[in-house]
Design a protein around this ligand. Structure first.
Ligand SMILES: [Fe+2]
Length: 660
């Protein structure tokens, strides 16, 4: 009797599964066109014959095409198409060349199959892959799609009359750069060195997991030499047999110019046209757009870009690096793109330098990449490196410096040893002590985690103390003009400051700015609570001159007399804060706030909690209790924000939970 019951139960299951699949037996999905030329081109994905459409039906993107169903690179719900309820529709997607074909699959997913243990980075459930309805043909990137160079980006080298160019292609064959002052006469040529990294070089998951890992292709690196000062050069990369990139151009660095123009920010990330396993950064689109506007407005003047850590936010999902480099190519192929390392490029469980006081500071934020993509995809000046202590190649691009115009730029690593006695500390000391102030009266230091911030980041309290203890004396003694930091996703300007005390002149009291506002959106808010208008969550002490929740970037302009930094807001592309530092030492703090934008400073400054008489210990340490309360409150606000947004019709809404 038991046997019979089991038999009928199995028959019933078989009937249900046959019925379920036959109900959608006619479902089809097609693509147009079947080949794209280059990253950014759009494919239209059309489907039809989907019976009893559900708003959980979804479209998965797969590359390479043979990937298992749960190894999508991203997904979209079919209900994005206005006709989805009729069982057909279409979605257009601009795609990035991953040097491998794509396919697109449609799945049915039901409420009962939602698995809250199987979540993305924002705690949204990942879609179920049990019921495949249809799969498209393969989409390729045209003839030479694998071999065509993409992701072109420039950087300075240690020699003034050169420019490095890097790019990616799908095979390891010979490639070159050809360049010259005339667009139709690229008479100079240099061979590029190709290199790659492998899955076993990754230190942890998801970077070394089958879901996170994709073939990164070959990374090419070469240098254009003997460039004339301040001249526009045209160039293209590739080879005769595999094809050449489009012709790009840049203005060579001018060793005799006293002018400096730089666009500087941290924590930008990139946007993807699909939902994926981790949060991506839609605001980065506007940041790139406005910087491109500024570069074009410069005409024949050279400039540079500084992205000071938390670069792509790939965190082990390797195709996000491809998305990032495709997104920055319009700016990074025109001006040198300089970087320093952030926690999201590096931090991993066995990282070699993790002193006791940093046990909570350094975690797993690198997603197992342990600095490998960062070290190979960029090649900054200098030759700093640290072993990873694992199979992974050494971490590069940690600390270096160069001059441009009237400014000496120094980049440092807050993720590796920076304390007295270490090689980085010795480099910083020697570098700052040997700056030629006749040539470069201004010195700008950049690193990822801030020495000063009024935001949360409770877990970084100790690293701030150590930076004040070990690095600040070097900055003060050597008359650093400006210190720029990221990590906190806000713009904040401090007074000229030393030992947490406002000074009057930048020699002795560098101006500190936090500029991590280029794209990543997670950050607890500062505003006072409605029922406690006098008590903002993160109080703004007198040392903080201006802070805002707007996204954007900073623009640095200098000559021998004056260095000016402006904050440009992404919402309107206008300047909203400016500080000027004169060669004489004077600091002119001139906020140029837009009257259209309500300033948080106006609210918070009147509600400052920390009085000067209480300043025997660091104010940010005293604020820690309040900050913890703020984190909790921020989380609660995030939760309710999520609830509010969820009712607006979108299927899933991200919870702002990163790094909590
Ligand atoms: Fe960070």
């Amino acid at each position: 009797m038991i046997v019979n019951f089991s038999f009928f139960f199995l028959l019933l299951l078989l009937f249900i599964s046959v019925f379920a699949s036959s109900a959608n037996a006619k479902a089809t999905v097609s693509i147009s066109p079947k080949a794209l030329n280059r990253s950014g081109d759009t494919v239209v994905i059309q489907w039809s014959g989907v019976d009893s459409p559900s708003d959980l039906d979804w479209l998965g993107l797969y590359s390479p095409p043979e990937s298992p169903s749960d190894h999508f690179i991203g997904y979209k719900f079919l209900n994005e198409s206005s006709t989805w309820k009729s069982g057909f529709g279409s979605i257009s997607l601009p795609l990035t060349n991953l040097r491998s074909n794509y396919t697109f699959r449609i799945f049915r997913w039901s409420e009962s199959e939602i698995d809250m243990k199987h979540q993305d980075h924002d705690q949204n459930p990942l879609p179920g892959t049990k019921h495949l309805l249809a799969e498209s043909e393969q989409l390729s990137f045209g003839s030479g799609g694998v071999g065509k160079p993409e992701q072109i980006h420039l950087s300075f080298t240690d020699k003034v009359n050169t420019m490095r160019v890097m790019f990616v292609a799908g095979d390891g064959e010979e490639r070159f750069v050809r360049y010259g002052e005339e667009k139709d006469l690229l008479g100079n040529s240099a061979a590029a060195r190709g290199m790659r990294y492998e899955r076993e070089h990754m230190c942890d998951s998801p970077a070394n997991s089958t879901i996170g890992w994709r073939d990164p292709g070959w990374i090419y690196d070469t240098v254009m030499k003997n460039l004339n000062n301040g001249v526009r050069y045209y160039y293209q990369v590739g080879s005769e047999s595999k094809g050449w990139s489009e012709i790009r151009s840049f203005i060579a660095r001018d060793a005799y110019s006293e002018e400096t123009v730089a666009f500087m920010f941290g924590d930008m990330g990139c946007a993807t046209p699909y939902t994926t396993f981790i949060r991506t950064q839609d605001e980065s689109i506007a940041t790139v757009k406005w910087i491109l506007r500024d570069i074009e407005a410069l005409g024949e003047k050279p400039a540079l870009i500084s992205h000071i850590g938390d670069i792509s936010y790939a965190r082990g999902y390797s195709w996000v690096w491809d998305e990032f480099f495709a997104q920055i190519e319009p700016i990074a192929s025109k001006v040198p793109y300089h970087v320093c390392i952030g926690n999201h490029e590096y931090d991993f469980p066995t990282q070699p330098w993790k002193p006791d006081w940093a046990a909570t500071t350094y975690g797993t934020d690198g997603g197992g990449e342990c600095g490998v993509p960062y070290s190979l995809k960029f090649n900054m000046p200098g030759n700093s490196s640290e072993p990873t202590g694992m199979k992974a190649p050494p971490t590069r691009n940690l600390y270096y410096s160069y001059d441009m115009g009237s400014v000496h730029f120094l980049y440092i690593s807050t993720e590796t040893n920076f304390v007295k006695g270490g090689s980085q500390y010795e480099f910083i000391k020697r570098d700052l002590e040997t700056v030629n102030r006749q040539k470069t009266p201004f010195v700008v230091v950049q690193g990822h985690r801030p020495m000063y911030t009024t935001s949360n980041e409770v877990r970084d309290t100790m690293i701030r103390q150590k930076m004040v203890e070990h690095l600040e004396p070097l900055f003060v003694d050597n008359n650093v003009t400006l210190a720029l930091w990221g990590h906190v996703h806000r713009y904040e300007r401090f007074c000229p400051i030393s030992n947490n005390t406002c000074g009057k002149q930048w020699p002795g009291s560098p101006v500190h700015l936090v500029i991590g506002m280029a794209g990543q959106d997670w950050q607890p808010i500062w505003q006072p609570r409605p029922n406690h208008p006098d008590v903002p969550i993160f109080p703004q002490p007198e040392q903080s001159m201006y802070r805002t929740g707007e996204f954007g970037y900073t623009r640095l302009v200098a000559n021998k007399e004056k260095l000016t930094v402006s904050f440009v807001g992404n919402h309107d592309g206008e300047v909203h804060d400016t500080v000027e530092m004169l060669a004489s030492g004077e600091v002119i703090s001139g906020s140029k706030e837009s009257t259209k934008i309500p300033s948080l400073k106006t609210v918070s400054a009147s509600a400052t909690l920390i009085r000067k008489s209480e300043s025997n210990t660091l104010w940010y340490v005293k604020g820690a209790g309040l900050m913890v309360a703020g984190v909790v409150l921020g989380f609660i606000i995030g939760f309710f924000t999520r609830g509010k947004k969820s009712s607006s019709g979108n299927r899933w809404i991200p919870v702002k939970n990163e790094e909590t």
